[in-house]
Write a protein of this length. Sequence first.
Length: 161
Amino acid sequence: MSIGETEAGLAELLERGGIYRDVQGTTLRECLSFFIPLVPSIPMIPADKLLRAVLEREALMSTGIGKGIALPHPRNPLVTRDTEQFTALAFLKHPIDWNSLDGERVNTLLLIVSASAKQHLHTLSEINSFCREENFYRLLEERAKNEDILSYIKETEKNWR
């Protein structure tokens, strides 16, 4: 895997979006309702609009990819500038049913907000590659320190170049 020249890497996107812990909620909707207002605000896009877009996408098909992880995202780009896109990581306080493919409850969210379909696919591809890394799963399962998660991602991205 190599980082594209114009696409932002996961570490950069997470630094913009942030890592959040003990996100409340006992349902998919509740978790997203608590999580989305925590992420960086997007000019001209209120949190309730982002929430609606993410819920509309979830209504089409679950973004639960298995092993306790879901990748909520809007179906279409809501932002137009590369600097507005981000990925935010949330560790849920309580695992919830997300209708994941493997039937497991979700305890970790990676919210993806991209400025283009190309960036969105790049981010999904990178997350898919990380999800094949046992060390990445271990960091998520242990709810490692933010700096440990970001350091691992940066180091791995360097090796992909």
